[in-house]
Ligand binder design. Sequence first.
Ligand code: PLP
Length: 387
Amino acid sequence: MRPVYLDNNATTRVDSEVLQAMLPFFTDHFGNPSSKHDAGAVAGAAMKTARQQLQALIGAKFEHEIIFTSGGTESNNTAVLSALYVMPGRTEIITSAVEHPAVLALCTHLEKTSGIKVHRIPVDHHGRLDIDAYRTALTHRVAIVSIMWANNETGTIFPVATLADMAKQVGAIFHTDAVQAVGRLPMDLKSTAIDMLSLSGHKLHGPKGVGALYIRRGVPFHALIKGGHQERDRRAGTENIPGVVGLGKAAELALEGMDEENTWIKSLRDRLEKGLLEHIPRTSVNGDPLARLPNTTSVTFDGAVGEAIELLLNRHGIACSSGSACNSSFLRPSHVLEAMHMPDTAALGAVRFSFSRFNREEDVDQVLHVIPGIVRKFQGSARVPVG
Ligand SMILES: *Cc1c(COP(=O)(O)O)cnc(C)c1O
């Protein structure tokens, strides 16, 4: 049976068109864009095309509002650290309780080492941001707000355009980790107040180790990585040209196929959810029922252990993800589900399935064929005898 890959929020397959676009830049077109000869010019021109492809996907006003980085993690770190540097009088950060570790771990580090105050805005049981808490935390002490566009575990979408407008009122820089949203949701950054945005190649069928940071023109910026004059002094180091070309191609494909692809993917996702809810007792879907990515479902099988389901499905050739992390001897529930006020036992029973353009109906059928038996074993053994 063909492997069933339903872990596309972890990483995606490189599209063959992306790979084909990249290959010449390892061989014939290996030049360094900083060189003045023709080989350099070819590489430079390819970077320009890639920047324009990304510009179109996110609706940036100017192509040079985009710099290339090593991925989502670097983009997030760059945004937050830059804002603290350029706003020395401001010592607070606002983020959410459900961010990716690429933001949360940095915030925790800053809190411990530099006396920065971090506001982690809570969410409700659907994963929706507490707007009142956000409004209260927004003061002129805040250097940067970093709140994700869409959550990687539940797919919940935050109203970032509104949040950015609110941040503007107090003069804070607004950054969004849009790694899961770019290529899935239509974007027009020029018509929003979003100052910075992170994206990553390998989450949209591009290569790993390349991403981008959008920095609105006029927003003060300080480079994280210092060295040569690449990226107009905003990110030093010889550019990853094959990666950049791949990311550009991936952006072009995502923009071209977005509507059709989302319709298809959502139908697969909904078919899976419907099947799971119908056939497995004590099953519920996590996240905002109204504002959710079309490709993501986080499902709790109450009384079961998500990590064990993940491993057992793997034996059937099915790849999915449980948000829980095994820390030496005990299982720790996902911080996202914990923040959604889910009891530990329920949070440990969660499994995430995330789709891409490469999934088929048979993938859903295969999951629905094997998973009821797996969950039943747990739920059966967990039953407490009464009396
Ligand atoms: C994957 C992911 C990242 C990290 O991106 P990398 O390119 O792997 O560093 C950051 N934020 C979110 C929401 C992600 O899903």
